[in-house]
Each structure stands twice: as C-alpha cells, then as structure tokens.
Design a protein around this ligand. Structure first.
Ligand SMILES: [Zn+2]
Length: 295
C-alpha cells in the first residue's frame, strides 16, 4: 500500500527545526505540488535550490514535517504563516517555475503511482499537512491569526487560547462476505470505474464497529455480523485514516442500493474479480486477499 515504504522508515516525531541546504522543501498550490522528474523519479526542491525564491519573496517560512530515513522534509510558505493574507496568492503556477528552472506544478494525484514510492508517500503526506496549515491560518473561534506551537504539531490562538491539532478523518472500508462471494460496488458520479468496497466516514459519537454496520445498511441495505479488523491505512488524498474490516452477511442478501452514493453493487465470486494489485490502496489489497482465498 501507499504507506508501505519498507525498508525506508517514516519518522513523524515533531521537531522545532529549520531546514539546511540539502533538505527537501515541499511547496504546494491548492492541489498541485512543485516537482520534477529525474530519470523517471520524482524529486522535490531542496533548500539550496530555493535561494532566488527566498530573496524575491522576502523570507518564506518553513515548517518541519517529517523524515524518511535521514531525509528531512519541510513545508514552505511564501510568507510567515498564518497572518499573511498573501499566503494564498503569492504562489501561483505562473511565478514559481520561473524561480525554479526545471520544476513544474503537478497534480497531487500523481503521488498515487509516482516513483520512487517513498518520495510519493512523502508528497501526499505533506499535502495533507499543507491543507491543515493553510486552512487554520485564523482562529475558528475568534478570528485572530493562529501561531505555531514550538513543542508539538499544534496551532494555537494567542488571544483566546484555542488549540488546533492536525485533522484526520477516520473512515471504514468493509469487505462483506457471503459464502464464496464478496460485495463490490461502484461510486456514482466518479470518473474511476473500478469496483471498490463499501466505505464511509465515522460520525461523532459512534464507534468504528457501528460505523461499519451503519454504512453497510445505508449504502446497500444489508445486515452484517462477525466483524474482523484487517488493517489500517493513512489516506492523505481525503485526509483520512482508513480502517479495513471483513464481516459476514447476516440474513437476506438482497441489495437495496443507495443511488445517491453508489452506481452499482453486487456479489462477486473469486473468479469474477479481474482487478490487479496496484500496491496503493487498502481497498484493492482487501479485494485481492479475498480473491486469493486468504480471508
Ligand atoms: Zn481565538
């Protein structure tokens, strides 16, 4: 899966540090990242390459994100977060490439498949954090500019003492088994035509097992039992932590489709599954484990 970068190791302990010339600098503009490809491999700028950018932008600020092995990754903004109203506007697809020859803005969706895998994982994980920093520039309670804490990854409001931590949305993925078949579905209104499993976000006041039962009932009108936790996956594309469960159908197998959410759903035997492993998503891994008779 996308987070499986062994033998490399992801270190997300917080450090209050500033970058050195060889450290990677992640720069995003909405859903694009400043990258280049070297021999087909994804590369991010390092601080040493950003000298002209720093001079022209009067001192961008850097936020340490994480390390993979000894490689350190920082997030750059064109001006001190969060008080500058220029933050959103200063970086555009037009002015950055000029400051950094050879780099281009690419949609973050390329991180699903770009090589090398640990660099792509760094990119999408950084984009999750970028979204959090960018949407919390001002206090949601009193409107005052937020400040970054120096001891942990937290933004706080010096006026009303509001504290904001990185937002992760827990969600479930459910493989419903019915004898030698599994339920697969397709989303309505999505370009991706691939079959997937039932999925949905955990609601406030709900435990994860209840989320599984509720989502299955809402989306396909079925009851399930015997829930088995499988694995989890950080899925930065939706700011989520996905938790995968297998479970058994309980009672009638007639599907009542929520057509607002799903275009199609049905029971599939192992032989009918034609999906290949993409080594990216938990959903795909769960489907293929079923196909191989491992669940
Ligand atoms: Zn406040």
């Amino acid at each position: 899966m996308i987070q499986d970068i062994f033998p490399r190791v992801y270190h997300n302990e917080y450090h209050d540090i500033q970058p050195e010339p060889d450290d990677c600098i992640l720069i995003f503009h909405r859903n694009t990242a400043l990258v280049r490809f070297e021999g087909g491999r994804l590369r991010f700028p390092v601080l040493g390459e950003l000298k002209s950018f720093r001079a022209s932008e009067a001192g961008p600020s850097f936020y340490y994100l994480f390390s993979i092995d000894a490689r350190r990754y920082f997030l750059a903004f064109p001006a001190a977060l969060p008080s500058s109203p220029r933050t959103e506007d200063a970086l555009t697809g037009e002015n950055m490439p000029a400051a950094l020859p050879g780099y281009a803005w690419e949609d973050v969706r390329i991180f699903r498949t770009a090589m090398s895998r640990h660099t792509a994982f760094a990119g999408i994980t950084a984009h999750h954090l970028f979204g959090w920093y960018q949407t919390n520039r001002f206090c949601g309670r009193c409107g005052h500019p937020m400040e970054a804490d120096h001891r942990e990854r937290m933004l706080f409001c010096p006026r009303c003492r509001n504290m904001v931590y990185p937002r992760i949305s827990p969600a479930v993925i459910v493989g419903i088994l019915n004898g030698d078949k599994i339920l697969m579905s397709r989303y309505a209104g999505r370009p991706c035509a691939n079959y997937a499993l039932i999925a949905g976000f955990v609601e406030i006041g709900e435990n994860v097992e209840d989320t599984v039962r509720r989502e299955v009932m809402e989306e396909v009108g079925l009851r399930v039992r015997n829930l088995r936790y499988y694995r989890s996956q950080p899925w930065a594309f939706s700011g989520s932590l996905l938790m995968g469960f297998f479970c058994d159908l309980d009672g009638c197998d007639r599907i009542t489709l929520d057509t607002g959410e799903l275009a199609e759903a049905g029971w599939f035997s192992r032989d009918e599954i034609t999906l290949e492993d993409d080594h990216v998503s938990l959903t795909r891994e769960m489907i293929l484990r079923f196909k191989r008779g491992e669940v």
